[in-house]
Ligand binder design. Structure first.
Ligand code: ADP
Ligand code: MG
Length: 372
C-alpha cells in the first residue's frame, strides 16, 4: 500500500503533467572541471537559483559585462545534484513506460556538457550510474513485483546510432565491413499498420536482468569506438538511441500493455563552423544542424498542437514519430557547462530548450557595469 506522502506526490505529479502537457524540460548544470579551471580565469557564468516557482527554479546566466539572462524550466539541477537526485525526478516517468506509455528522454547540449554522464554515467559505479542503468534497474524490479499480480513482461533492448542521417546498429554482432567503420548494411525506418516504427534488420535483444544490459552496453561502446578512431570522434557527432520495448500481459485479467522507453544521447549541439568545413565535415555539420533543429521543430509543433508535425524532416524524428506527440511523454535534459568560455554555446542551448519548453524565452535585461 502506498504511503500517504507517496500518494500526494503522485497526485501533484499528475496535476503538473496535466497543466504542462506531456513535454517537460529539465536543465542540468555540470560542475566546473579541473580542465575548465586551468584555462578559465573568469568565474563560472551560471548562477542559480534565482527564483523558486511551483514548477521549478530559474537559472540565470550572468556575464560581468553585458546582458543578463534568466530562464525558467520545470526543474534546474545545480552542479551538486548527483545521479540519484536526478533520477528521483524522472523515476515516475520511467514507471509510466511499464504502464504502457511511450516515453522519450533526450540529453541536449554542447560536447562536454554532461549528456553522456546524465544518460549513461559510469554503469559500473553504483553512485555514478546515469539514467539508462537506473531506469533498467527500476523496470526489472517493478516488473518482478507485478508478477504477484498476474503480470508477465517481455523486455527487448536495441541500440542504434544515427550519424549523417545513416543508422548504425550498435548491437550487431557482425563486424563492420567498411574501412570507415560504418556497417555496409542499410537500416531503414519503417512504419507498420499500427503506427509503430521499426528499423529493418536491427538487433533486438531480450533482457531480464542488469547483467545482460551491462554486457549490451559494453558491446555498444565497443561498436561506437570502432567508428570513433576512423571517423574522428564520431560519438559526439552522432545521436545514440537506446530503446526498450515493453510488452506486458496479465494472465488473469487478460489486460495487455505495450510501452516504449527511448533514452537518447544527442549529438553535440555546438555550432560547428561552416566556413572551414568542406566535404565530409560539411555534410556532417549540416546533418547535425538539420536533425537537432528538426527535433526542436517537431516538439514545438506538438506543443502548439499544430495540424502538421514535420516528423519526416530527419531520421531521428521519423524514427521516434510514435513516441513523440499523442499521449506519449517527452523529457529533455538541457546540459550546461558552467565555464565562461562556454557562454555562447550555453546561451544557444538554453534558448533552444526554452523554445522547446514553450515558455517565455529569457528576455535579456540590459545591465551596465555601473549597476553591478
Ligand atoms: P558530453 O556527453 O555532453 O560530451 P560528458 O558526459 O562526457 O559530456 O561530460 C564531460 C565530462 O564532464 C566528463 O568527464 C564527465 O564525467 C564530466 N561530468 C559531466 N557532468 C558531470 C556531473 N554532473 N558531475 C560530475 N562530472 C560530470
Ligand atoms: Mg557524450
Amino acid at each position: 500500500r502506498l504511503k500517504e506522502g507517496e500518494l500526494l506526490r503522485r497526485k501533484l505529479h499528475n496535476t503538473i503533467q496535466e497543466l504542462k502537457g506531456n513535454i517537460r524540460v529539465f536543465c542540468r548544470v555540470r560542475p566546473l572541471l579541473q580542465e575548465d579551471e586551468q584555462c578559465d580565469a573568469e568565474p563560472p557564468v551560471v548562477l542559480y537559483p534565482t527564483s523558486t516557482e511551483l514548477l521549478g527554479r530559474g537559472v540565470e546566466l550572468f556575464q560581468s559585462q553585458g546582458p543578463r539572462y534568466s530562464f525558467t524550466f520545470d526543474k534546474v539541477f545545480s552542479p551538486e545534484a548527483g545521479q540519484e537526485e536526478v533520477f528521483s525526478e524522472i523515476s515516475q516517468l520511467i514507471q509510466s513506460a511499464l504502464d504502457g506509455y511511450k516515453v522519450c528522454i533526450f540529453a541536449y547540449g554542447q560536447t562536454g556538457s554532461g549528456k553522456t554522464h546524465t544518460m549513461l554515467g559510469n554503469p559500473d559505479l553504483p553512485d555514478e550510474r546515469g539514467v539508462i542503468p537506473r531506469s533498467l534497474e527500476q523496470i526489472f524490479k517493478s516488473s518482478q513485483e507485478f508478477r504477484s499480480k498476474g503480470w508477465s513482461f517481455r523486455l527487448q533492448a536495441s541500440m542504434l546510432e544515427i550519424y549523417n542521417e545513416t543508422i548504425r546498429d550498435l548491437l550487431s554482432v557482425t563486424k563492420c565491413s567498411n574501412t570507415d567503420g560504418v556497417s555496409a548494411k542499410q537500416y531503414v525506418v519503417k512504419h507498420d499498420q499500427n503506427g509503430n516504427t521499426f528499423v529493418s534488420d536491427l538487433t533486438l535483444i531480450d533482457v531480464t536482468n542488469w547483467k545482460e544490459v551491462s554486457s549490451l552496453l559494453r558491446r555498444a561502446a565497443q561498436s561506437r569506438s570502432v567508428g570513433k578512431t576512423a571517423l574522428n570522434e564520431q560519438s559526439s557527432r552522432s545521436h545514440c538511441v537506446f530503446t526498450l520495448r515493453i510488452s506486458g500481459i496479465n494472465a488473469s485479467t487478460e489486460q495487455e500493455v505495450q510501452g516504449v522507453l527511448n533514452l537518447i544521447d544527442l549529438a553535440g549541439s555546438e555550432r560547428l563552423s561552416r566556413s572551414g568545413s568542406t566535404g565530409d565535415r560539411l555534410k556532417e555539420t549540416q546533418a547535425i544542424n538539420k536533425s537537432l533543429s528538426s527535433l526542436g521543430d517537431v516538439i514545438v509543433a506538438i506543443a502548439n498542437k499544430d495540424q502538421h508535425i514535420p516528423y519526416r524532416n530527419s531520421k531521428l524524428t521519423y524514427l521516434l514519430q510514435p513516441c513523440l506527440g499523442g499521449d506519449s511523454k517527452t523529457l529533455m535534459f538541457v546540459n550546461i557547462s558552467p565555464d565562461s568560455k562556454s557562454l555562447h554555446e550555453s546561451l544557444c542551448s538554453l534558448r533552444f530548450a526554452a523554445k522547446v519548453n514553450a515558455c517565455e524565452i529569457g528576455v535579456p535585461r540590459r545591465h551596465t557595469s555601473t549597476h553591478l
